[in-house]
Design a protein around this ligand. Structure first.
Ligand SMILES: [Mn+2]
Length: 407
């Protein structure tokens, strides 16, 4: 039996006003091919299917269209809810999807046994148990009992998560001894390396759990929530598959992947990392205006989709001209062929304006006209003559419109 672990699709994710939709569609096509080629029997999706709890109609459509294609492959699918997902929304089509071999566990079950899914082989014998644990919300974890034992909310949550996994492991031991088990989860495991796109889970991520909370009886732990693919605590069998596409600039260097597991002779083999092709690159250029300009002129990314670029300009002294040039740069590459600048930031290391240097002794800003202060500023920043007259005219126009609107 072959099992594939993925998570954090975040359908509908927007990065600086740009939808990360096309890369996800390319990923879905690629995944369909992979599932067929590798003859996968079971697909596990560990939470954060959608980016928002109330996804756009188009994003729901993308989800169902993809599920429809999966059904044709005749594989078994288990989908759990993440912290971004609305439990009710994921669960709504539960019964119809179940008929199509897709199990959806949007939120924690009142009867915990219902989170255990028995996977049968072609002969009809149970070959694997999956503890399909979704993101556990505070209300799922905190009982009056547990709360009474802990004076601290974080501790109570941590204990609740631990108990949840331990209870499921005990039930497996009792009812399905000797059958391999996989636990799914959507949580923050201690030691995981985060990026900028995960939303805090319980109270500022303070309730990270130690991987020791997963009893040894689980043969593999398929985690979601952290977007960078990684193993936890040097244990090859506790893993975050990571998101299939980069969801923030901090993930620009990640090699996105899926995890392939093979179950043979009652044993899960060493997980195999399957790299996902990069459909769009996210790139950041940092440095002086000149350097960034240079980098951009040489930048010729070659990916199926237009690359997204972030620029960070670092200059020493404040200059309105620099700011204007950065704006021009963004416009210039706005409809670029191979990339778009999504975000631009300019930093000036020196103190913006040394106001004391602007005025001669005994002179106070209150005594001057606005245009005089403006002229002093231009002088202070050594604006060239050509720009001086342009800026002065613009300033006068702005001042006029401001004074007029005051009337
Ligand atoms: Mn996520």
């Amino acid at each position: 039996m072959k099992i594939l672990h993925t998570a954090d699709w975040h359908i509908g994710k927007v990065l600086h006003k740009h939808l990360l939709r096309d890369e996800l569609l390319l990923f879905f096509d690629w995944l369909l091919d992979l599932l067929e080629k590798e003859q996968i029997d079971l697909l596990l999706v560990s939470g954060d299917i959608f980016d928002l709890s109330n996804p756009a109609v188009k994003d729901r459509q993308i989800y169902y269209q993809f599920l429809a294609k999966l059904i044709q492959l005749n594989i078994q699918i288990i989908i759990t809810g993440g912290n971004h997902d609305a439990v009710g929304l994921l669960n709504a089509p539960q019964s119809i999807l179940q008929e199509l071999n897709i199990t959806v566990i949007g939120g924690a079950k009142k009867i915990i046994e219902e989170e255990l899914i028995a996977i049968k082989n072609k002969k009809g014998d149970i070959e694997l148990i999956v503890a399909a644990v979704p993101f556990l919300r505070d209300k799922d974890l905190r009982s009056i009992d547990i709360d009474a034992q802990f004076n601290n909310r974080t501790e109570a949550i941590r204990e609740g998560i631990k108990t949840h996994y331990a209870t499921l492991a005990d039930i497996c031991e009792l009812n399905y001894p000797k059958i391999p088990t996989i636990a799914m989860g959507h949580l923050f495991a201690k030691g995981a390396e985060t990026s900028e796109s995960e939303r805090d889970i319980h109270i500022g991520n303070a309730a990270s759990v130690d991987s020791s909370i997963f009893p040894d009886t689980y043969d593999y732990v398929a985690l979601g929530h952290i977007h960078r693919p990684q193993i936890i605590n040097k244990n090859n069998f506790i893993r975050y598959s990571g998101s299939p596409i980069a969801l923030s600039f901090s993930e620009k260097k990640d090699n996105k992947s899926l995890i392939l597991l093979t179950l043979e002779n009652n044993k899960i083999s060493t997980p195999q990392v399957i790299p996902i092709p990069k459909f769009r690159s996210l790139t950041k250029f940092t440095g002086s205006l000149k350097k960034v300009k240079d980098d951009l002129s040489k930048f010729k990314p070659d990916f199926p989709l237009k690359s997204f670029v972030e620029i960070e300009i670092n200059e020493s002294t404040f200059s309105a001209v620099t700011l204007a040039s950065v704006d021009d740069l963004v416009t210039q590459y706005g409809e670029g062929e191979s990339f778009t600048i999504l975000k631009a930031r300019t930093n000036f290391t020196e103190k913006a304006i040394d106001t004391a240097a602007l005025f001669s002794e005994g002179e106070h800003i209150e005594d001057l006209k606005a245009i005089d202060v403006f002229n002093k500023m231009m002088e202070h920043q050594s604006v060239d003559e050509e720009h001086q007259s342009m800026l002065k005219q613009a300033f006068v126009e702005i001042m006029e419109s401001v004074t007029q609107s005051e009337d």
